[in-house]
Design a protein around this ligand. Structure first.
Ligand SMILES: *[C@@H]1O[C@H](CO)[C@@H](O)[C@H](O)[C@H]1NC(C)=O
Ligand SMILES: *[C@@H]1O[C@H](CO)[C@@H](O)[C@H](O)[C@H]1NC(C)=O
Ligand SMILES: *[C@@H]1O[C@H](CO)[C@@H](O)[C@H](O)[C@H]1NC(C)=O
Length: 626
């Protein structure tokens, strides 16, 4: 998932296949064993959706669906090649191009590993000479104007350039071993390095790759300052460069040393890049924050589960999310994640499409953490962190994470399935279930601007963790709150403000974003439940029906209509992420096993490794304690 504020914004062996199958089997078994006695798995393992017919379970059907995704990728990529190359992105309604990401052809860099995974060797070979010639200069943009005639700024935004270009090069190198890809990744890593020249070690907003000049204020946005650790660490591992290693390491140290006790151990949105300390109390998993939380777990996974600092930060963060950011909606009891803006943790009840990466992250954590859930350094927690820890003590954390993942992923699915277009709005405001059901009902409408604007006592809604406690205390009967089978409801425009709806739409646009299908892919791999594939297929069908143009795929608005209205925009992450995750979801082989690869936030997979003794010595990495 690519967040960002400025953005609308080895081949498989039979052995690894068997391994993957047995992992799914073991995980499924463990999951059942972990369920409380009184909780029958039947309602939890939701029945396949009613639309599913027998034939859709057949491998041939899924192979055909994977082929259809591949054809969609080819349509989009050839559209870019024909009408937009060597510029960044295709404008799929006018066949023109845009240069929002340095003008180096971001669609190509972002697409390289998808081509390799799909076996599109001709496209990959055509890209290599262009990468050979790349110099990452911004000078050719000098005369560029944007569509409103304004000059395009002469700097490379650090975060976007790292996750799309550097991530794309590194992943394509890991999959193909083409030496030029690593050479260019090394070049680019060095050209962007001046961004790290701050007292804290957090990167600044942008770099001029021709002069080494740095742009941006001393205030950084969490997602933009803390989503480069995977890329720089893997680059260091491939090149042996201590300079690269140190860049990522300083970011990790700065995060680990920041004082976030009053935020329950979770990192807020704005940071002072001089002091390396947080500047506000906005806690969110949406734009401006998302990938920073994701990289805590993923950095621990990438380096072979030895990095205790990141593990601790991930455990603290998810403790806080589970106890403070999850609520239930009033009608269908949908589980949702929202944000809070003060140390009173008052929720806004907004939920973003970008936040739909969270179920996948929680499922990945549940799949990989095992007994490390118990590794949390409790004495180091502040009062607030301790409170969350206590609230969670009664639960089995692994089940709790998986239930949250299932409930959230279902909500993300319904945000698509509820619309006539079958595509999800970018942002909604949820209507929370009041604290005590039936007592504090909303008089009318929504909480509006958050708890402050809501009716007394009701605006805050009931936290999921409190509903979980009641469910457990009541004998844990039926599916946990917010989990289990839920069905779409078509909200008309008029109906959108009616009392019985779960949410209203704040931003009625779908930007071809990947987060929901990304989470479905992880859910499918972790639980083996085919419902995630079926739901992914529904979304792909909507993408084909609503967004396809003569030369590519377009973002859309007016999602309550079919056909929705197309916009002249095809983000590179559609090829890097959305189509890659859909392809992996439908493909019968596990091409990128989750115990061997970690996806960066732009869906570029990096291979998991462990540091050798030599690397530990060279980079100054302490021996793992366990
Ligand atoms: C864009 O290109 C496609 C072929 O790639 C063509 O069919 C379509 O008519 C073109 N659209 C415009 C607006 O020129
Ligand atoms: C960098 O590459 C571009 C595109 O190939 C070219 O136009 C430009 O002259 C090169 N710049 C430098 C400084 O070599
Ligand atoms: C880092 O920043 C300092 C102060 O802004 C400047 O003097 C120094 O030249 C910079 N170093 C690099 C390598 O850019």
């Amino acid at each position: 998932m690519s967040s960002a504020t400025n953005m609308i914004p080895k081949r498989l062996s039979a052995r690894s296949l068997c391994f993957a199958a047995s992992v799914v089997l073991v995980v499924t078994t463990l999951y059942y064993l972990a369920l409380p006695d009184s909780y029958s798995p039947a309602p939890h393992w939701a029945p396949a959706p009613p639309i599913q017919d027998e034939s859709s379970a057949l491998p041939d059907v899924w192979e055909d669906r994977a082929e259809q995704v591949k054809r969609a990728f080819l349509h989009a990529y050839r559209g870019w090649e024909t009408h937009a190359a060597p510029h960044d992105e295709l404008l799929p309604l006018t066949n023109r191009s845009s240069d929002k990401f340095n003008g180096w052809g971001v669609t190509m860099y972002d697409s390289l590993d998808t081509m390799i995974l799909m076996g599109l060797h001709d496209e990959f070979e055509r890209a290599l000479p262009m990468i050979e010639q790349a110099n990452f200069s911004l000078l050719s943009l000098e005369k560029s104007k944007d569509r409103k005639g304004r000059p395009v700024p002469q700097h490379a935004p650090f975060f976007e350039t790292v996750i799309r270009y550097l991530g794309g090069l590194l992943s394509a190198y890991a999959l193909s071993h083409e030496p030029i890809l690593l050479q260019r990744a090394d070049d680019l890593g060095r050209l962007l390095a001046p961004a790290f020249n701050t007292t804290s070690g957090f990167p600044k907003y942008a770099v001029n790759t021709d002069t080494g000049g740095v742009t941006g204020s001393n205030t950084g946005i969490l997602a933009e300052i803390a989503s480069c650790q995977l890329e720089y660490t893997f680059l260091a591992q491939l090149t042996g460069s201590k300079e690269h290693f140190d860049k990522a390491d300083r970011v990790i140290q700065a995060l680990a040393q920041a004082d976030v006790t009053r935020r329950g151990g979770m990192f807020p949105m704005r940071w002072n890049l001089v002091a390396g300390q947080p500047m506000d109390d906005i806690l969110s998993v949406g734009a401006a924050a998302d990938s920073a939380h994701e990289y805590l777990l993923k950095q621990w996974l990438l380096t072979g589960q030895t990095d205790d600092a990141n593990l601790q930060m991930y455990l603290r963060t998810t403790n806080h999310i589970l106890t403070h950011l999850l609520y239930l909606s009033d009608d269908r009891e949908l589980l949702y994640v929202t944000d809070t803006s003060s140390t009173a943790f008052l929720p806004s009840h907004k939920m973003e499409h970008l936040s739909c990466f969270l179920p996948g992250l929680l499922a990945l954590g549940a799949h990989t953490l095992g007994d490390r859930f118990a590794a949390l350094d409790v004495p180091a927690l502040g009062t607030e962190g301790l409170r969350s820890h206590r609230a969670l003590e009664a639960h089995d954390l692994r089940s709790l994470h998986l239930w949250a993942a299932e409930g959230l992923a279902t909500t993300c699915y319904l945000m698509y399935a509820d619309q006539a277009s079958g595509l999800a709005p970018d942002e909604v405001t949820m209507r929370p279930r009041p604290k005590e059901l039936g007592v504090l009902r909303f008089a009318a409408g929504f909480a509006g601007g958050g708890a402050e604007g809501g009716p007394a006592g009701g605006g805050r809604g009931e936290l999921w963790i409190d509903a979980m406690k009641r469910w457990k205390d009541g004998g844990a009967e039926g599916a946990p709150p917010g989990v289990g089978m839920k069905y779409p409801k078509r909200y008309t425009m008029d109906g959108a403000l009616a009392k019985e709806t779960d949410y209203y739409t704040r931003r009625d646009e779908y930007f071809l974003r990947p987060e929901t299908v990304e989470s479905f892919y992880i859910m499918w791999r972790v639980t083996g439940n085919p419902i995630w594939r079926e739901r992914g297929w529904e979304i792909f069908e909507s993408i084909e029906r609503e967004t396809k143009t003569d030369s590519g795929y377009a973002s859309v608005k007016d999602l309550y209509l079919s056909p929705a209205t197309q916009k002249d925009d095809m983000p590179s992450y559609f090829l890097a992420e959305t189509l890659k995750y859909l392809y992996l979801l439908f493909h019968e082989d596990d091409l990128v096993p989750l115990d061997k690869w970690v996806f960066n936030t732009e869906a570029h997979p990096f291979p998991i490794f462990t540091w050798s003794d030599w690397e530990r010595r060279k980079f100054g990495i302490a021996k793992p304690s366990s």
